[in-house]
Design a protein around this ligand. Structure first.
Ligand code: 13P
Length: 335
């Protein structure tokens, strides 16, 4: 088995998943301001260090995606953040894209940037301890979107990124996120997501990416948040599985969903049903940002020195998602 495949499996095996703590400073500022905490480098670190040193990290979190600022920060005990994550038994990773910008030629859509100088940045992150990376392509749905231009150009970028990351001996997380914003139906989400993922794999294969050494991070198949015809959680799980079965090559070891604006419970419940119905060989786990951090952040904001209380909430969320990644979650366990 290749080293990259081993890293991917170590991150996702045994009901473990990923904590996406790679919010850019701008996004983290929004999150902190929403709970009335000032967004300083110290506060951003304090919240993140509180999570990274929680006991739930060891049992439930196989990998943590960091942001450039965090991977270079030192903990309160003057240790390096990637060392703290490794010492907890998890794996440090890093977001390497530089954000989604307006797509020239289709200004209502986005293209993710960050390829220039990427090889050099990857070497630096590898030295800092990163074992895996993330790049997010983002697509919105409407009658005319995502356009062929957006699907093609984001797939191309994801593939170029992935081959550079593997060249540097790290596992690329390939994240094509079809947003849930809008009035679209679940059927439209299914069709567009299938098209997006298929194009990504076409480009990954063309760019000679070793599919055994990647993790796919897709959205679940959901009706748009402004759609009047919501579907049941069972239907979400079944459509999501059908979509992935039809569009993901069997070599891919694992799939780790983003939460994408679902509530914490919804993200857990849907993941649990996906695993209950999972008739594929793919590991189906989580790479959640908001759905792992929301309650912990709210609690922490009341008293930013209350490490234990914050960790308790985070541990519980991580445990619930880990159970869901094995199809063993139920609502009663939430209380
Ligand atoms: P959410 O789970 O909050 O969607 O974040 C995951 C992520 O990493 C988005 O890029």
């Amino acid at each position: 088995m290749s080293d990259l495949n081993n890293i991917a499996l170590k991150i996702l095996n045994n009901g473990k998943g990923i904590l996406a703590a790679d919010e850019s400073t701008a996004t983290m500022t929004k999150r902190l301001e929403s709970v009335k905490v000032q967004s300083t480098a110290e506060n951003r670190l304090l919240f993140r260090e509180t999570l990274f040193s929680a006991s739930g990290m060891t049992e439930y979190i196989g990998g943590v995606i960091l942001y450039d600022e965090t991977i270079k920060q030192l903990t309160s005990k003057k240790n390096k953040i990637p060392e703290l994550i490794s010492a907890m038994g998890s794996t440090p990773g890093i977001k390497v894209d530089t954000g989604a910008k307006v797509l020239a030629g289709s200004p209502n859509e986005k293209i993710t940037e960050g390829l220039d100088g990427l090889r050099e940045r990857l070497k630096e992150y590898y030295k800092l301890g990163a074992k895996f990376t993330k790049w997010r392509g983002v697509y919105n749905i409407s009658k005319e979107y995502p356009s062929k231009l957006s699907i093609q150009s984001n797939a191309h970028a994801l593939a170029r990124y992935s081959s550079l990351v593997q060249e540097c001996n790290m596992v690329p997380i390939v994240e094509p996120e079809v947003l849930m914003d809008g009035e679209h139906s679940a059927k439209e989400c299914y069709e567009k997501t299938s098209e997006v993922i298929k194009k990504c794999f076409e480009e990954l294969i063309f760019h000679k990416v070793d599919l055994k050494g990647i993790i796919l991070k897709p959205n679940m198949i959901l009706a748009g948040n402004k759609c009047k015809n919501k579907i049941s959680n069972e239907e979400v799980a079944k459509l999501t599985l059908k979509c992935l079965k039809d569009s993901v090559p069997s070599e891919v070891p694992g799939i780790a969903f983003l939460s994408g604006g679902q509530s914490e419970i919804e993200a857990t419940e849907n993941l649990n049903l996906i695993n209950k119905f999972n008739d594929t060989n793919f590991i189906m786990s989580y790479s959640y940002g908001r759905a792992l951090q929301q309650s912990a952040l709210k609690f922490w904001s009341q008293d930013i020195k209350n490490f234990e209380g914050t960790q308790k909430i985070f541990n519980q969320r991580a445990k619930m998602n880990s159970l869901a990644a094995q199809g063993k979650w139920s609502k009663e366990l939430e209380n």
